[in-house]
Ligand binder design. Sequence first.
Ligand SMILES: Nc1nc2c(ncn2[C@@H]2O[C@H](COP(=O)(O)OP(=O)(O)OP(=O)(O)O)[C@@H](O)[C@H]2O)c(=O)[nH]1
Ligand SMILES: [Mg+2]
Length: 385
Amino acid sequence: MVYLFVGAGQAGCALVDSVFDNKRISTLATPVAVNSTARDLQNLSNVGSESWYGIAQGTGLVAGDTTGFEEQVQGGFGREPREADAVASDLVGPMADAFQEQFGEGTPSFAFVFVGLGGGTGCGIGPHVVEAIREFSGPETDVITVAVLPNTKGDVREDDDTVSAVRQAENAVYGLDRLEPVSDGIVLVDNQRLAFEDAAEGRFGEFNEYVATGIVDLISGAVLERIDPGEYESFDPQTVDLQDVVTSLTLPDGTGYAALGRSVVRTRSLAGYFLPFVGRQSVDGDTLADLAVTKRSVADLSPSLAKKAIGQIRAPERYVADDDYRIEVSVVRSRLDSYCSEVNMGLMLTERNLASFTTLLTFTRGDVDRIAELESLAARGRGRA
Ligand SMILES: Nc1nc2c(ncn2[C@@H]2O[C@H](COP(=O)(O)OP(=O)(O)OP(=O)(O)O)[C@@H](O)[C@H]2O)c(=O)[nH]1
Ligand SMILES: [Mg+2]
């Protein structure tokens, strides 16, 4: 194993679950799910009870295969991150031991911590999860936090909805303020990118899958496709690896905040699936770049304020080697170059009939308008108190 993926709270665990929907990831990474409600853990499809930990008032850290787990781990922290923080701050040592046991021999070179920022558990426990990872694995391990920003859209009214937007914003700022100093980089997943109805109905599945696929694409290089680039004479791989991702998330004056974008274009028309030699389609680099940036995971963001960018193209061999079909990597790259001066581009093969482009655009906290918006909503909450 090389990587450790820990989810905290419902959203965090759902995102880890989505990452492990890609079966091959389990050859590279160890999953852990920490929550205060057993029932939410039972909803996971790809992370089994041997990887669960419960934290609740008065329980300490409870392993998922403990008898009576469900009775001990219930109630949660119901949007109260300070309560979750108080309980979890005493459990850093036990979490460090548990993560070591899950990971097995050695320490991970990279760890990802996933949290949702509107509630109590992710905001309160998340930062202590990062501390626990650092405690068992030491300073060599880079920790990237993937944080969900709550949807706080809607007119400010004095009814319950308004209060809940303010409350979610307060929690989000509380969580971010504690995650920032312990994280090497933060990738933001903004639920405001979902249509309001989608978020209200809790239809997060597709969004989680989008984010999970993007992260898997960035971390897995050639490994997940079982491709040996050396077998392809005409191919000169330019790989971006996780170290490059961390570099791209780190800014000279502190932790960077990144938006993730991903685009996919089918490289063969539907007819081509049935008649192998017809229907090949060329892939336009500009379209690929444009789609990924348009679909970025954070609302109200100006790409031209990005400080750094990283991008990874994946395509079938013909699209990286054959003159007639070649994707113009330089066109994709020049899109990122137009935003910022520090750009790292990778090109990797895939055996699927898909060309994809995944990118992270990194900003300072001050340049992310959505964080400023959450901060001012949170301040309104404090004014009321
Ligand atoms: N993108 C995404 N967001 C989610 C998901 N589940 C919940 N959320 C959002 O994430 C934020 C945090 O909510 P939860 O993860 O349920 O909260 P929690 O960390 O379990 O905390 P408590 O239940 O309050 O103790 C809220 O804004 C939710 O709307 C999910 O699967 N995906
Ligand atoms: Mg919860």
